[in-house]
Design a protein around this ligand. Structure first.
Ligand code: ATP
Length: 300
């Protein structure tokens, strides 16, 4: 069953003078769903996010956040935003900074510490932000975004500049928020990391949503070839090449390509070569390949 949509974007279009930034874009983010918005620089990701936040107007289509218009009080009560580069006052401690944001939202300072511990900053709460790492500053940003229990989180390249461990920790936090029912829309250039950490992917290319689905669905739709590398046993390269004359020879290995539905038959043929084969590696198309496939298709 599809989760209840918290964000619905239908046939959205937006032009800047002389430029169509978004054309007929539709997407939904459901309760508890993590949706990745992928696209090259200038694809329209920030424009879409700004519209959802009610920061800029749009030309056509409809956008609803929790059944309300973007920017309305109702929508703003349910949506939180984390920009790519969060700037804080370096002289303030994490606790002071969060108390300040809580005061701006009319919320009591007593909520600061629970929010900081939620994002793993309890121990560092009384240290100046100037001493924090980039990952810790990003977590202060997330704590701030969590004020008021938002139903929808809009995260603009939240992990850019974070090391792999901080990225993993950040995504683990997002997993927890999604498990509690928050919908998450995040943009990223880091394709391989969203592969494992999001439920659905929307690929934007020049303002057009060129593909949408789970990674498995996108893989199937793109129907890209799988590559199979055979490492021959000593002295067996010629014998294997005779069976697979179409194989490319690279650095002592033989490389073949096949469609997904041909894979098992090909592996069976390779296995029948017995000890002539030292090893076999199967490489499915990466998210980068899939991304280029759909982006190229849109440009054609
Ligand atoms: P990036 O990954 O670089 O942040 P993006 O996918 O977020 O890119 P947008 O910032 O939404 O892309 O920009 C989409 C297009 O709209 C780009 O060509 C950009 O130059 C243009 N654009 C964005 N804001 C404005 C503006 N205020 N006036 C005119 N053109 C703009």
């Amino acid at each position: 069953m599809k989760p209840m949509p918290i964000l619905t974007v239908s046939s959205l279009s937006k032009s800047y003078p002389g430029l169509k930034a978004l054309s007929d874009v539709s997407l939904t983010v459901g309760s508890g769903e993590r949706v990745a918005l992928l696209g090259h620089n200038g694809a329209g990701k920030s424009t879409l996010m700004k519209i959802v936040l009610g920061l800029i107007p749009y030309d056509g289509g409809t956008v609803t956040v929790h059944d309300a218009a973007p920017g309305s009080t109702e929508a703003r009560n349910h949506v939180a935003y984390l920009p790519e580069n969060v700037a804080f006052h370096p002289a303030l401690t994490g606790l002071e900074q969060l108390c300040h944001y809580l005061a701006l939202r009319g919320e009591p300072a007593s909520k600061a510490m629970p929010l900081l511990s939620r994002v793993g900053l309890e121990a560092a709460a009384k240290r100046r932000i100037g001493t924090y790492s980039k990952g810790m500053r990003q977590r202060v940003g997330l704590a701030q975004a969590l004020i008021g229990h938002p139903r929808l989180l809009i995260l603009d390249e939240p992990t850019s500049g974070l090391d792999p461990v901080s990225r993993r920790e950040f995504y683990a936090l997002l997993d927890g928020l999604a498990a509690e029912g928050a919908g998450i829309l995040l943009s990223s250039h880091a394709l391989t990391e969203v592969e494992a950490r999001t439920d659905r992917i929307v690929i934007l290319s020049r303002g057009i949503a060129v593909a949408e689905g789970t990674l498995t669905e996108l893989r199937r739709r793109a129907a890209l070839q799988i590559s199979v590398q055979i490492v021959p046993a000593a002295g067996a390269e010629a014998a294997i090449a005779a069976v697979f004359p179409q194989a490319e020879h690279r650095a002592g290995s033989l490389h073949l390509a096949c469609q997904q539905d041909e894979k098992l038959a090909l592996l069976a043929r390779i296995a029948s070569l017995g000890d002539k084969v030292a090893d076999v590696e199967v490489q499915p198309p990466s998210l980068e390949d899939i991304y280029s496939h759909f982006s190229r298709g849109a440009a054609a």
